[in-house]
Design a protein around this ligand. Sequence first.
Ligand code: ZN
Length: 216
Amino acid sequence: MIAAGVAAAALICIDPGHGTPPAIGAQTEPIGPGSSERKIKDGGGAHGEAAVALAISKRMRGLLLARGYRVAMTRTGPTIHLGDGDGNVARAKFCNRRHAALMVRIHADGSPDRSLHGISTLVPAWHKGWTDDIYTPSLRAGRDVQKAVVASTGALDRGIVRRSDLTGFNWANVPTILVETGFLSNASDWKLLHTPSYQQRVARGLSAGVAAFVKP
Ligand SMILES: [Zn+2]
């Protein structure tokens, strides 16, 4: 039974990294509100990253819905259609507008050093006027999610990384984290990230981490 006036369930905003943007408009955007420093909207990501990020994100959505959360996704197919320039500013604003309890950005790493493997979680560095309001809850969410994903997958724990240079963090007004779910440049991680049962383990860890951070 749902009582009248009961608060709506917490909304989790899932942002699958990359995806094909409509080939229109400026290719760069300001790195933070009011900044003259501009950064490319989407460097394209590691080879195959957009599809892997989407597959994990869809599994995560199913698990979060089953736990009773509301879920919004910045894209549900290969292309991104947010308007607003379709860059990382648009992704952040999409989650801001929905007053997300948490924005979870799903990515995979790539490196010229093919021996690198494992999982890390990026969080916003503290920046007055940009991330000071979301710094502490984002760090807490990052720690909760990193711990749960490592536990669920058994992957190498590469820890938490504070980043000041990510447009999608600097425009966010809601707690936000970015999970690098493995290295597509590493043969073993590549295989795992393309295996449905492993994608599900990653998604299970992500949703358990979300649940540790915020109740539905
Ligand atoms: Zn990426």
